[in-house]
Structures are given as structure tokens and as C-alpha cells.
Design a protein around this ligand. Structure first.
Ligand SMILES: NC(=O)C1=CN([C@@H]2O[C@H](COP(=O)(O)OP(=O)(O)OC[C@H]3O[C@@H](n4cnc5c(N)ncnc54)[C@H](OP(=O)(O)O)[C@@H]3O)[C@@H](O)[C@H]2O)C=CC1
Ligand SMILES: CC(C)=CCC[C@@H](C)[C@H]1CC[C@H]2C3=C(CC[C@]12C)[C@@]1(C)CCC(=O)C[C@@H]1CC3
Length: 339
């Protein structure tokens, strides 16, 4: 039976590398690239078809940071497919990142240096903003849009006698201390990225608790540090190229410097080959690359608990209701004003 796989943010970086790797292991796959930029999506499709001429690759428009777009995309997906085998929730943003150079130099001479390079703890801040749905953009893109997508696609994801899988591209930068249950959108802090990724770790745990009995299994991945558009937003690409020898050196001490999208997609690809029974809901599956360049996947326990994940789940359901109500009102308003 052909497997149906949807990948969000599939037009570049880790998402695109994952698609290539999936088509290499299963040429009978039906792959759907869910992207916000259709031009880039079609370019990615062409690239994939060049290496896999017989592959079946579809494209669907999805701006995961827009409630209306998520609802429209989910309808489109439901009209095309009768089930989903894998849903990779990979789209993500880190807007206006700032590296704390002072903290970087201080960290270099501390005992925490390896952990600093692996997790970027204390090094990175971002500037977030409200989107047109009135949500914080990072939260909306990295977490809430994906949550809404899952809810909308439940008829395809939760089917009797069929197992479906969700895989979140989280990060080693996900940190409990950056997340507040009183401010799940991270309106007040300067680490919305870290907060949103920690929230995805919590949500994955909650989804497993609520949905495993309906045949839906969720896992979390950290791709390591990968050179993509996201990291080129942190430091310019020429700078990364300049320090590449240092990066290969650091890789000897922390195998989290996977560096290429192909390597970064290792754990996402590995999970595709695993049976749902073998998955650990509390593990984050890390893509790792050794000093000699060997790729492997390693599960590491996440800093999450059931109580917190349940509270977040309830808050997301509550927010979902509010957002749907607002959208209905907005659409009704448009109709009465003839727009
Ligand atoms: N690179 C790294 O070191 C690490 C990355 N990650 C995570 O990996 C994931 C992939 O990022 P990466 O490959 O690095 O970076 P890229 O910027 O190359 O890829 C991000 C993808 O997400 C898409 N995207 C962004 N916003 C939206 C949106 N609103 N709707 C739909 N798609 C959107 C982008 O599309 P578009 O082209 O339109 O912008 C792009 O396809 C992210 O979740 C990121 O947080 C985690 C740990 C480390
Ligand atoms: C000498 C050298 C390697 C300098 C680079 C310093 C920092 C810019 C990087 C050190 C650790 C990196 C890191 C990320 C971004 C760049 C660093 C802060 C991420 C936050 C990128 C996105 C993620 O999801 C996790 C990464 C962790 C490590």
C-alpha cells in the first residue's frame, strides 16, 4: 500500500532534504509538500522529480502562520487523500535573531562550553510580533498553526485499524525556563523560539496521551545545528563558510553539529522506518553526526511532565475555540460589507 506523507515547510532546508531521503527509501510514496510559497514549492517539486523521476509529489498551499490558510489547506488535503500515514510538522521560523557576543565569549572559557554550542543556551534572543490573527507570530507558526492542522486533519489521522504518525521538528534550544504557562505565546519574553519549541515537546506528549488509543502517535526530533535559511538569518552565509573549519572541530566534541540538511534530516528519516510500538513519547530523537561524519539517531529524555503538557493542551483547545469564533465573526463581517 502506498504511504501518504505530508511535510510542512518542505521547500527548503531540512524539510526538502527529508523529502529526498524519504523518496530514496520508498519510491512508492505519495508525498505532499505543504508550503506557503508556491513558487518555491514547485521548484522543490521539480528538484525532487529530477532525482526521483517516477515519484508522486503533490503540492498544497499552506501558510501555517495563518488560521484561514490552515483551514483551507486542511480541506484541500481531505479532498485529496483518504488517510495520512506521516505528517511531518517541520515549518518553523526564528525572526530577527540576535547573538549575545559577550555571552558567547564568556561561554567559550566556561565549563558549559559544549552545552552552549549544543543548545545555544543564553546566546540567542529574537524579536517577535503580532500576526493578522492577533497571535504572536513565532507561536502561531511553530506551534499553534500545526496544532490546528492536526485538529482539522483528525478524520485522516485517527482512523480505526490504521496507525498514523506525527513528527515535530523541535530543537535542542527548547527550554523549560523560556516557557511560561501564564504566557504560552511568549508575549513578554525575548526567547519566543525556545518557548515555542518547548511547547511542541509538551504538546507531543499530550497528543500521545490523548490520541494513541485512536491510532495516532507523535514524536519529537532535534535536527542539530544545520546550515539552512534559518541559520543564515542568524549569521550571514559567508561567515558560516569562514568558520566552517572551526565547526568541524567543534563537531568532534558535540555530535549535534550535523551541519548539512541531509544529516539534520537523519532522525526524521529514521523515525519513518520505526514501528509505532517502539516509540518513546518522552524522548526527543536527535540527529547526530560524529567527528568522522557518521550519521545516527539517539533518543534523549525530554524535560517534560504530564501535568504541564495537559495544562498546555487545555489552553490550546481553549485558544482554538476563540480563534475559530473570531474567524467566523470576521468572515460574517466581510459578507455583510460585501467584501
Ligand atoms: N537549522 C537548524 O539548525 C535547526 C532547525 N530546526 C527546525 O527545523 C525546521 C526547518 O527549518 P530549516 O530547514 O532549518 O530552515 P528553513 O528556513 O530552510 O526551512 C523552514 C521552512 O519552513 C517554512 N515556513 C516558515 N514559515 C512558514 C509558514 N508560515 N507556513 C508554511 N511554511 C513556513 C519555510 O518556507 P519559506 O521558504 O516560505 O520561508 C521553509 O520551507 C524548523 O522548524 C526549525 O525550527 C531545529 C533545530 C535546528
Ligand atoms: C564558533 C561558532 C560555532 C560560532 C557560532 C555561535 C552561535 C551563532 C551558534 C552556537 C550554537 C548555535 C545553535 C543555533 C544557532 C547558532 C548558534 C547559537 C541554534 C539555536 C539554531 C536553531 C536551533 O533550533 C538550535 C540551534 C542550537 C545551536
Amino acid at each position: 500500500m502506498e504511504r501518504i506523507v505530508i511535510v510542512t515547510g518542505a521547500n527548503s532546508g531540512i524539510g526538502l532534504a527529508l523529502c529526498d531521503r524519504l523518496l530514496t527509501v520508498d519510491s512508492h510514496l505519495r508525498l505532499c509538500l505543504a508550503c506557503r510559497n508556491m513558487q518555491r514549492a514547485h521548484a522543490a517539486r521539480s528538484t525532487l522529480l529530477t532525482s526521483h523521476p517516477d515519484a508522486r509529489v503533490d503540492v498544497v498551499h499552506l501558510d501555517v502562520g495563518s488560521v484561514q490558510s490552515v483551514l483551507t489547506a486542511a480541506q484541500e488535503v481531505q479532498s485529496r487523500y483518504s488517510r495520512i500515514d506521516f505528517l511531518y510538522l517541520n515549518a518553523g521560523i526564528m525572526p530577527n535573531p540576535q547573538v549575545d557576543i559577550k555571552a558567547l565569549f564568556k561561554g567559550l572559557f566556561s565549563r558549559n562550553v559544549i552545552n552552549m554550542f549544543a543548545t545555544a543556551e543564553g546566546l540567542l534572543t529574537q524579536q517577535d510580533r503580532l500576526n493578522s490573527d492577533g497571535l504572536q507570530e513565532v507561536f502561531a507558526t511553530n506551534l499553534f498553526g500545526h496544532f490546528l492542522l492536526i485538529k482539522e486533519l483528525e478524520p485522516l489521522l485517527c482512523q480505526p485499524s490504521h496507525t498514523s504518525r506525527i513528527v515535530w521538528t523541535s530543537s535542542s534550544n527548547a527550554r523549560r525556563s523560556a516557557f511560561s504557562m501564564e504566557d504560552i505565546q511568549h508575549t513578554h519574553g525575548t526567547e519566543p523560539y525556545s518557548s515555542s519549541k518547548y511547547a511542541s515537546d509538551l504538546l507531543s506528549l499530550a497528543l500521545n496521551r490523548h490520541k494513541n488509543s485512536q491510532g495516532l502517535f507523535s514524536s519529537v526530533v532535534c535536527p542539530g545545528l544545520v546550515m539552512t535559511n534559518l541559520t543564515y538569518g542568524i549569521l550571514p552565509s559567508f561567515f558560516w563558510t569562514l568558520i566552517m573549519p572551526i565547526m568541524f572541530l567543534i563537531r568532534i566534541f558535540t555530535n549535534t553539529f550535523t551541519l548539512t540538511p541531509h544529516n539534520g534530516a537523519e532522525a526524521l528519516h529514521w523515525l519513518f522506518l520505526q514501528k509505532s510500538e517502539s516509540l518513546d513519547p518522552r524522548a526527543k530523537y536527535h540527529s547526530l553526526t560524529s567527528g568522522l561524519g557518521t550519521n545516527y539517531t539517539q533518543p534523549r529524555q525530554m524535560d517534560v511532565d504530564d501535568g504541564m503538557s495537559e495544562v498546555l493542551y487545555e489552553k490550546l483547545l481553549e485558544l482554538e475555540k476563540g480563534v475559530r469564533r473570531k474567524l467566523t465573526e470576521r468572515n460574517a463581517d466581510k459578507e455583510t460589507h460585501g467584501q
